[in-house]
Design a protein around this ligand. Structure first.
Ligand SMILES: [Zn+2]
Length: 114
């Protein structure tokens, strides 16, 4: 472990809204705790411009696993038992987005091979 790298300044979330009203938030460079994909930004699935904060859930755009922001706004794995304790209607919404993202990733992969 390189100690100098862990002494980064506190991270801050920045939310940008485009002309279509789609909000994208940036919390700085990070990697998916599951697949290691580089993740630098997130799109609010509700389009409400919610500012990412500790405890916010994030979906990896590559492996579509559920991640969570820790106290320093770094991605951490979401423990399965905690995920299952989320109200079922919220979890349904998350699963709906995950299905859409998987379908999108599949389409992208198919186009890349053609
Ligand atoms: Zn991932």
């Amino acid at each position: 472990m390189d100690d100098s790298k862990s002494k980064t300044p506190p991270r801050q979330a920045v939310v940008v809204k485009d002309e279509n009203g789609i909000t994208t938030s940036y919390v700085g460079d990070d990697h998916c705790p599951y697949c290691g994909a580089e993740l630098t930004m997130a799109t609010d699935t509700h389009g409400e411009g919610n500012i990412p904060e500790p405890g916010s859930l994030m979906l990896c755009s590559k492996c579509v696993q559920v991640c969570r922001l820790d106290q320093e706004l770094r991605l951490e794995k979401m423990p399965v038992e905690e995920y299952l304790s989320i109200p079922s209607e919220e979890r349904e919404e998350i699963e709906r987005v995950r299905r859409a993202m998987r379908a999108f990733n599949k389409l992208k992969a198919e186009q890349a091979t053609n």
